[in-house]
Design a protein. Structure first.
Length: 256
């Protein structure tokens, strides 16, 4: 156990990134769970990642604006396709989301097949590089987060119907997947929402944000102390916090 690894200079920006991700993913995650389309985040995150990999395969500068545009365009195209499939085949929507995920994942593998660093790129896409976020990335994520929260609060998303939801979802996931990876995107969306299913309204959001913030903080601290991969540890601490909250904060338990 290495206590000197608890360096705010490294863990602080990572925690801020996690909190920014949670700001949009908690409300979107509750909607995803209530709609019964749980795997949409995995599919959209994988499609956004495919856009990043395609941009890299075309030789575009890593981390540049062109790569961000490629990721956003890929995610929005995925959102447009999901809007169409929900209208045409609502009963098969969850299955179609799964098919989109596996197609995007396999396309990523094919694009990386000739890349000598393909395995590392794929790992970064899945588990992210949350410990290495920089100020530019945080500012970009903060700007997107403010815009998306404003769109949700002012009702702009609802006015756009199906595509409004899928479009906002695509933008939120694209903004976060390159920082925290596909696995943490899924965990941030679904685990806090799942742990608060018994609650409603503002109380549900408050508990969900608490689960997320505590999960990220504990996960970062434990990964630093034991020199473990941060993304994987945070997924586990999010799950543990959600389980404890679900057991301790049940409405029937509160009445007794």
């Amino acid at each position: 156990m290495n206590w000197s690894a608890l360096d705010w200079g490294i863990l602080g920006p990572a925690l801020i990134a996690g909190l920014l991700v949670l700001a949009t993913h908690v409300p979107l995650g509750t909607q995803v769970l209530d709609r019964g389309i749980v795997f949409i985040d995995l599919a959209i995150a994988q499609i956004a990642g495919l856009g990043v990999i395609a941009a890299d395969a075309l030789g575009l500068p890593e981390g540049g604006i062109a790569v961000q545009v490629a990721a956003v365009c890929a995610a929005l195209l995925g959102a447009l396709l999901l809007t169409w499939t929900e209208k045409r085949a609502p009963q098969q929507q969850e299955a179609l989301i799964g098919v989109m995920f596996i197609l995007a994942a396999c396309a990523s593998i094919l694009l990386l097949a000739g890349n000598p660093h393909g395995g590392e790129h794929l790992k970064d896409l899945l588990v992210g590089q949350i410990l290495w976020v920089n100020t530019t990335q945080l500012l970009w994520l903060a700007g997107v987060t403010v815009l998306l929260l404003a769109a949700l609060a002012l009702g702009w998303v609802q006015r756009l119907g199906r595509f409004g939801f899928y479009g906002v979802f695509a933008l939120a996931v694209t903004a976060s997947v390159q920082l925290v990876g596909v696995y943490l995107v899924f965990a941030s969306l679904i685990i806090p929402a799942l742990g608060t299913r018994a609650h409603r309204g503002a109380l549900r959001y408050g508990i969900a944000y608490g689960i997320g913030a505590l999960g990220y903080a504990l996960g970062l601290a434990l990964s630093a102390l034991f020199d473990l991969p941060s993304g994987a540890v945070i997924v586990w601490t999010l799950a543990a916090c959600a389980l404890l909250a679900a057991c301790a904060l049940r409405p029937d338990a509160a009445r007794t």
